[in-house]
Design a protein around this ligand. Structure first.
Ligand SMILES: [Zn+2]
Ligand SMILES: [Zn+2]
Length: 377
């Protein structure tokens, strides 16, 4: 059976919400429902196709599998064998009621050339790899025609037979109360053929899953959310249709030191209060080695220092970003008696100097004082 991309079938974006998907399906269902199009096989096929797409895309697990592996991800068994059950009445029932639940649930559709579905591959990179670029080998599952049965699923030397139950139509009519209803043939599950002796190699599926290795050139400067398109590496087309594309979705892992924002890198640098007060130089890391960072005397905590051109060169071009170091002044801990003594001595000396050594504390204290005065405290 020719299969179109489920998102295309419903006419929704790949990031569509469940509500959007429901809405889109309702619209199509109203248009193509067989009750409204009696005798119109094309409408019925469209209806079934939409139903199948709806079932997959409203099931979080199936949707995720479909996004990654295409139809192969949600259709474990190949055409004509087992088959993906599109006929689960559950979701359908809430729209049209139980009676119709399993009538239109079968497989069907016209055999037409269809472009294969686009697939997604999630690729995790370290920050260094994302910044420098890298050639990555990825392995992904792919379905190929079984060589033993040439994709028929029948044991070599035998052929799939026309289904005796439905005579090859894939559908059977049956009477249920007042209704004469058409139902997916339970014997062949809508394919119209049955395999009497399945091919032992593919167990009747006609296809076997293999792993293919692809080489992906990740350009320098990519960031989380960027996608690399590999044309023609998605799911293969049906009936001679072209293959879909593979989208490699980049996810940059957290870095122990740096965080990235666009082209800039950020890092926190703890310094002692002595260096902060006296000034000094310290070594800070960059993605390509170390640089010396000059700390001027009287540096306050939270101050940012910019190291030019030590950020990232954006993948879409533009100037190289900067490395921005934010200093954090660390309060010394676990002091010896001698060190405490020195600090007390130091504090006395600072107090003697008045407000000029601690301008922020003094202006804050002045503010608190006038606040209390206003309150009459
Ligand atoms: Zn086979
Ligand atoms: Zn049948």
């Amino acid at each position: 059976m020719a299969k179109r991309d489920y998102y295309d079938v419903l006419g929704v974006q790949r990031n569509a919400s469940e509500a959007d998907i429901k809405k889109a399906f309702r619209r199509l269902a109203m248009k193509y429902h067989p009750d409204r199009n009696p005798g119109d096989n094309e409408a019925e096929a469209k209806f079934k196709e939409a139903k199948l797409a709806y079932d997959v895309l409203t099931d979080a697990k199936k949707r995720s599998a479909y996004d990654q592996f295409g139809h192969a991800g949600v259709d474990g068994a190949g055409p004509g064998f087992g088959g993906f059950s599109g006929g689960a009445p559950g979701d359908f029932a809430d729209i049209f009621g139980d009676v119709f639940g399993d009538i239109f649930g079968g497989r069907g559709g016209t055999r037409r050339s269809q472009r294969g579905v686009d697939l997604r591959y999630d690729l995790a990179l370290t920050l260094e790899e994302a910044v420098a670029g890298k050639e990555v080998k990825i392995r992904l599952p792919t379905w190929v025609d079984c060589q033993f049965c040439n994709g028929s699923g029948a044991k070599p030397g035998t052929k799939p037979k026309t289904c005796p139950t439905c005579g090859g139509h894939g559908q059977v009519r049956m009477q249920q109360g007042f209704f004469s209803i058409q139902q997916t043939c339970p014997e062949c599950r809508g394919s119209g053929t049955v395999i009497e002796e399945p091919c032992p190699h593919c167990r009747g599926r006609g296809r076997i899953q293999e792993e293919k290795t692809l080489s992906v050139k990740v350009p320098a400067g990519v960031d989380t959310g960027d996608r690399i398109r590999l044309a023609g590496e998605g799911e293969r087309g049906e009936q001679g249709g072209p293959a879909g594309d593979l989208y490699v979705q980049i996810q940059v892992k957290e870095h122990p030191i740096f965080t990235r924002e666009d082209a800039n890198l950020y890092c926190q640098v703890p310094i002692s209060f002595v260096i902060a007060a006296l000034g000094g130089e310290l070594e800070v890391p960059t993605l390509d080695g170390k640089v010396m960072l000059k700390i001027p005397p009287g540096t306050q905590t939270g101050k940012m220092f910019r190291v030019r051109n030590k950020g990232v060169k954006p993948v879409r071009g533009g100037v190289v970003g900067d490395l921005i170091c934010r200093v954090l002044i660390e309060t010394p801990v676990d002091l010896t008696e001698r060190q405490k003594e020195l600090l007390r001595e130091f504090e006395v000396s600072v107090q003697e100097g008045g407000s000029r050594h601690n301008p922020q504390s003094h202006s804050w204290l002045d503010g608190v004082k006038s606040f209390f005065e206003k309150m009459g405290l």
